[in-house]
Design a protein around this ligand. Structure first.
Ligand code: COA
Length: 338
């Protein structure tokens, strides 16, 4: 059920550039209250979300991903020809196949890359980073593009107030590279991952794939939208994110007192607050942007990392704790030196 990355010792690969892209269209809580029976007061007090971004009908997940990737590549100073691996974490792929990563490859012209997607819901980006590290540490690839990208608006049941107010669209990307330095900036010190497939029912998109194809008979039930048991998910999220954080800190040889910034999955401000409290990290050391974007699943952590970096909230040498939880259930945590 729980697996620790065996190569968690300090490794000579690191994040050398970050980028993010959020669609222009803003949907506020006020806008939501015109669609379903809800209010800005309820959404803000229960989740911390004030608004979210919604992609245009002409934009697929790979378009959001490509925009974020271009910014990360510019920041890293690498070209499309340098990229040897593209991993996209997403639950909203452009199509069942080809993979979204292959569409990103085409849009970037990254002809030297091997490309595939990872499905681990909101933990997807940290899963993808860990997979990329294995390629880089093994010496099989030098430069990787790791992306978390979602067009969750395509999976939302806009008549279900329990879920439709929570999610948004966006993408974040990092360029990871094997380094010749023993301790490069942006290095990952530890990676913890876990899954519990006995709880698949609590958070899922039940229809639209092989278990329940969309038919003329079931289309009205909207099986191809997000179904979530919110309260149960909340409890598991808090427990698993705290455990994973403590494990990632222990493997890295750090304590909560060493943390300069927690970059948590952005699902609910109350979850983040409880985790900070339990870990003993002051709230000002937690990065929050979910008031602007809602829950963008695999995109939340790379978007937050990019914003924290570009805004100066994190600086070189800072110790970061990244932690996520999502459908599956899945969870993951990493400690980094920025
Ligand atoms: N507006 C107004 N009322 C709403 C509402 C909305 N958008 N959504 C739900 N409600 C109502 C419910 O119908 C319920 O009413 P009732 O008591 O009359 O039945 C009441 O608010 C409380 O619902 P509940 O689901 O218990 O609220 P909650 O405090 O648990 O908050 C979530 C709901 C979804 C915000 C919260 O459970 C959550 O964040 N869960 C975890 C999500 C998460 O971590 N995801 C991570 C993986 S992506």
């Amino acid at each position: 059920m729980q697996s620790n990355d065996p190569s968690s010792a300090p490794c000579p690969c690191s994040i050398i550039g970050t980028g993010s892209y959020l669609p222009e269209r803003i949907m506020t809580n006020e806008d939501m209250s015109k669609i379903v029976d809800t209010s800005d007061e309820w959404i803000t007090s229960r989740t911390g979300i004030k608004e979210r971004r919604i992609a245009g009908p002409e934009q697929a997940t790979s378009d959001l991903a490509t925009n974020a990737a271009l910014k990360a590549m510019e920041a890293a100073g690498v070209t499309a020809a340098d990229i040897e691996l593209i991993i996209v974490a997403t639950v909203t792929p452009d199509m069942f196949f080809p993979s979204t990563a292959c569409f990103v490859q085409k849009k970037l012209g990254a002809t030297n890359a091997v490309c595939f997607d990872i499905s681990a819901a909101c933990s997807g980006f940290l899963y993808a980073m860990t997979v990329a590290r294995q390629f880089l540490n093994s010496g099989s690839r030098k430069t990787a593009l790791v992306i978390g990208a979602e067009k969750l608006s395509s999976l939302i049941n806009w008549t279900d107030r329990n879920t439709c107010v929570l999610f948004g669209d966006g993408a974040g990307a990092v360029v990871m590279q094997r380094s010749d330095e023993p301790n490069p900036p942006g290095r990952v010190l530890s990676a913890v991952m876990g899954s519990d497939g006995s709880l698949t029912d609590l958070l899922k998109v039940p229809g639209g794939a092989s278990a329940c194809p969309i038919t003329a008979d079931n289309v009205g039930l909207r099986p191809n939208t997000i179904h979530m048991e919110g309260r149960e998910t909340f409890k598991h999220a808090v427990t698993r994110m705290c455990q994973a954080s403590e494990q990632a800190l222990a493997i890295a040889g750090k304590t909560a007192a060493d943390i300069d910034m927690v970059i948590p999955h952005q699902a609910n401000a109350r979850i983040i607050s409880v985790i900070a409290d339990r870990l003993g990290v002051p709230e000002e050391k937690t990065f929050i942007n979910l008031h602007k974007y809602g829950n963008t699943s695999a995109a939340t952590i790379p978007v937050a990392l990019d914003e924290a970096h570009r805004s100066g909230r994190i600086k070189r040498g800072d110790v970061l704790l990244l932690v996520a939880f999502g459908g599956g259930f899945t969870w993951a945590s990493s400690v980094m030196v920025w």
